[in-house]
Design a protein around this ligand. Structure first.
Ligand code: HEM
Length: 342
């Protein structure tokens, strides 16, 4: 990134973050990485990032209003066409895994799905008939779609917030320096980097990227607290409000990583019920552990590799969300500049 953009020149960091997380998730699920100018990657980027900016928050209403779909018909058609291409591509990549599959090595999630299918068939499990190649390929696609925009979007906030609050950046660097130094970070390092973990947890609370969650449907008539919900009603949990309400959070609208540290500076792993950036209940995020692991490793590596530089941020709207950020609470478009510490 620094080699490409040079020193002391502010540049938009957004696409770099997208490409990095795209490759991380793609390598874990499909076992494939892309170069930045790969045309396939650019098509994916349209669906995962650009369509939201093209039509703004109206994008959320496509499912509910045929009039708005008509108004945005070009974007709707383009998105549908790319999604169809994506599902075909993922089906093919899933099937390609059979060519050199071995149950002794699990290269990625597609391999793990094939192993699960073979085991279910061998053991005569009642769900084995549902583990068809098409269903498994579409499960891989759900992970792919669910994982990339969420993780990359959270990391856009991570970079913005740590640059916007230089004192926070200093504390992150200091902990990484004393606990890890120059060596490659491991998953176990999460147990010693309490401030880094608290910073990630606070970013997820403070700028909860899916504030209205994923809409669900009541399958039967049900009572939730004092509310009677009739069958077939759409139900959305407003995570964004719950994660930032004054009843549950002291100074809810301030960014305070220390709220996730105990009096001895240790990361608090027992969570308040109001901490739900990954949703709640049976349909909560499947990728929470993978997301936290990736965010930790990428953040530590990023700070290690930039330790000789000051990172300065230029953001016209500060740390307010992008008003055109569709259903996600997207970070504003900001620039960063690297300068050598003298
Ligand atoms: C910082 C990163 C992430 C955040 C904040 C996040 C957040 C969420 C939220 C709020 C939901 C909806 C839960 C609900 O409806 O109650 C969800 C669902 C889901 N997420 Fe994530 N997610 C992240 C990363 C990932 C990753 C890395 C993957 C997989 C590789 C993933 C896969 C999924 C899937 C498959 C669902 C649907 C689960 C279902 O409907 O049963 N997510 N996520």
């Amino acid at each position: 990134m620094i080699d490409r953009e040079g020193l002391d020149k502010p540049f938009i960091v957004k696409d770099y973050i997208f490409y990095m997380f795209f490759n991380i998730i793609s390598a874990s699920i499909l076992g494939k990485s892309y170069t930045m100018d790969d045309p396939e990657l650019k098509r994916f980027k349209y669906v995962l990032m650009d369509v939201g900016h093209e039509v703004g928050a109206r994008f959320m209403l496509w499912d509910f209003s045929s009039f708005i779909r008509l108004l945005d018909r070009r974007s709707v058609q383009k998105q549908q066409q790319i999604l169809t291409e994506m599902s075909l591509m993922i089906r093919n990549k899933f099937k390609d895994h059979y060519a050199d599959y071995s149950d002794a090595i699990e290269r990625d999630i597609c391999d793990a799905l094939i192993t699960a299918k073979n085991e279910a068939l061998r053991e005569g499990k009642e769900w084995a008939p549902y583990l068809t190649d098409d269903n498994l390929a579409m499960s891989a696609m759900s992970l792919f779609l669910g994982g990339i925009s969420t993780s990359q979007n959270t990391f856009q906030w991570i970079v913005l917030l740590m640059c916007y609050y230089p004192e926070v950046q200093r504390k992150l660097r200091q902990e990484i320096e004393t606990q890890i130094g120059d060596r490659m970070p491991t998953h176990e390092d999460r147990n010693r980097c309490h401030y880094v973990m608290a910073f990630i947890a606070e970013t997820l609370r403070f700028r909860n990227i899916i504030p209205i969650g994923v809409p669900h449907r009541a399958l039967v008539d049900i009572q939730i607290g004092k509310y009677a919900i009739p069958e077939n009603t759409s139900v959305a949990v407003y995570h964004g409000i719950i994660c930032r309400n004054d009843k549950d959070w002291h100074k809810a609208n301030e960014f305070i990583p220390e709220r996730f540290l105990d009096s001895e500076g240790r990361y608090i792993t027992v969570r308040s019920k109001a901490y739900i950036p990954f949703g709640v209940g049976r349909r909560m995020c499947l990728g929470e552990k993978l997301a936290i692991a990736d965010l930790f490793l990428v953040l530590v590596t990023f700070l290690q590799s930039t330790r000789h530089y000051n990172i300065v941020v230029e953001s016209g709207t500060g740390i307010d969300a992008d008003p055109n950020g569709s259903q996600h609470m997207t970070a504003p478009i900001y620039k960063v500049a690297f300068s050598t510490i003298i």
